[in-house]
Design a protein around this ligand. Structure first.
Ligand SMILES: CC(C)(COP(=O)(O)OP(=O)(O)OC[C@H]1O[C@@H](n2cnc3c(N)ncnc32)[C@H](O)[C@@H]1OP(=O)(O)O)[C@@H](O)C(=O)NCCC(=O)NCCS
Length: 153
């Protein structure tokens, strides 16, 4: 499958990303819109604290995710809001999102990634080398576990 990935820098790109997240998280998973969209989605406010990616199959936007650099330099970056449209799953688009965001975190000089994985997706992150830690907790009424990836240098 042929995918392309681009950094989100315009409002048009951000609208396409938010539409994917609306379909996946709000409609499919029942997340409250107030919880789903936050200041890290506001291009005017994020400066260098969030980097978003949009992935296309042919010219169709089908997947997205974001890297948060909200913690200090010596802490791991966070990946959040990884979403692939339902009809496009299982073809590698999720991996494209993750590799793009991980490569960005490496270029910026972070040593790894920490993320809160929905428990159904733990196997997906394990394929990428993430290791789960701690108890299951609820966020947006969905079960999660923390997972970490340490980059090899
Ligand atoms: C989780 C999600 C991003 C995976 O995206 P995807 O495009 O379907 O995943 P890929 O096709 O890139 O899969 C990569 C590998 O992970 C595996 N995988 C994918 N989803 C998995 C899951 N839920 N559990 C276990 N393994 C999974 C695939 O089988 C594939 O393995 P392979 O390389 O051995 O064939 C997608 O299912 C999704 O958007 N879900 C809804 C939103 C969501 O829950 N996001 C995660 C929030 S923490």
């Amino acid at each position: 499958m042929f995918f392309t990935a681009e950094r989100i820098v315009t409002h048009e790109q951000m609208d396409l990303s938010l539409e994917i997240r609306r379909e996946v998280f709000i409609e499919e998973q029942g997340v409250d819109p107030e919880e789903e969209i936050d200041d890290f989605d506001n291009l005017e406010k994020i400066n260098d604290t969030a980097i978003h990616v949009l992935v296309f199959e042919n010219n169709q936007p089908i997947a997205t995710g974001r890297l948060l650099l909200d913690s200090s330099d010596n802490e791991y970056a966070h990946i959040t809001r990884v979403a692939v449209l339902l009809g496009y799953r299982g073809k590698g688009a999720g991996l494209v999102v993750m590799h793009w965001l991980q490569d960005m975190a490496k270029q910026i000089g972070r040593d790894g990634i920490t993320l809160a994985a929905q428990t159904h997706a733990i196997g997906f992150y394990e394929k990428l080398g993430y290791v789960a830690r701690g108890e299951i907790f609820l966020d947006a009424k969905i079960e999660h576990r923390w997972m970490d990836l340490v980059f090899d240098n």
